[in-house]
Design a binder for this molecule. Sequence first.
Ligand SMILES: O=P(O)(O)O[C@@H]1C[C@H](O)[C@@H](CO)O1
Ligand SMILES: O=c1cc[nH]c(=O)[nH]1
Length: 360
Amino acid sequence: MSCTKSGNGCTNGNGVDNNNEDDAVEISTETRYLDGTVRLRNPNIELMDQDILYHLALGSESHDLVEMFGDVKFVCMGGTPKRMFNFAEYIMKEIGHKLPTGTQLMDISQYSYRYSMYKVGPVLSISHGMGAPSIGILLHEVIKLMYHARCRDPVFFRIGTCGGIGLEGGTVIISDNAADGMMNKYYQVPVLGKLVKRPAKLDKKLVKELKALANPDDPYDTVTGTTMCADDFYEGQGRLDGAFCDYSEADKMEYLERLRSNGIRNIEMEATTFAALTHHAGIKAAIVCVALLDRMKGDQVCTPKEVLTEWQLRPQILVARYIKRYLQTKGRISLDGHGSMAVKSPRRFKLVQQESQTFE
Ligand SMILES: O=P(O)(O)O[C@@H]1C[C@H](O)[C@@H](CO)O1
Ligand SMILES: O=c1cc[nH]c(=O)[nH]1
């Protein structure tokens, strides 16, 4: 498998591509057609009569994916169906999107009984479940969906929860790097009996743009830092309160201190997979999580439900600011929030000017 100049390529298990650490996602001809539509790094797909996106309950022949999803610009994901339904309702208000009279938000993937998906104009809101395998399967299918639907330069967000490292519950963390529990900045997955490592890179420019949208009047802190991705909530995150625990509190604290001294500010369970697969697809992506607790102070999530519910809105507010700002800048919604979301069906081979994401 070949690598692009931008370092988008995968490795074969012998090493990891770590060059251009500070680059924004660079669009290569391997991952984009000339008009910005997504090109798959899999020659098999276009040779298939149909592609069944099994876990989304969609298919390239059974559904008109261009008609249904061709206008999607933002794909937002988070762990639970409820959070992503709430986000769909929230973003609908924020961008002033109106559903056709007599209709309501529908879970497009309800018959998959796996993930939930809501579409609000140019925004998709999808639940990804817990952990790398779950978000990995979803990303394969959503990236293929972007290809089939001919979406142009989509931007992906993970809107999540996490444990803070030396950060109070309620703090919002924008990930500028993702690392696994061994502090490797890649996602590794066994493929055909070999470990394939893919660099877990996030778009640094997008991180800065999101950070700039944190409002000094927000009654909570918004910080940037490296996010650790664990394969487990308990032992994998050094908790003392799982069904098993073969280490002491001192061992736990020593590990958390080591993470902290390496710039790790929070722990969750999807960051490396999300960063690596979006990067490999040449898709600009960001992770914004709220800390549910400070792991230096404890393990149990004991904050009252209503408070947790309010905290979970915080990453949504930041991402909504970005989306709204983008749509306003692109003139697709007016400042009073009442605008048309209509977008012409994209034409894959028409050369269009590269869109700039800079707002200033
Ligand atoms: O987006 P969510 O809140 O699901 O992210 C974190 C990581 C795990 O999926 C889960 C563990 O509670 O929360
Ligand atoms: O501590 C936490 C909290 C939320 N999600 C995690 O993965 N860990």
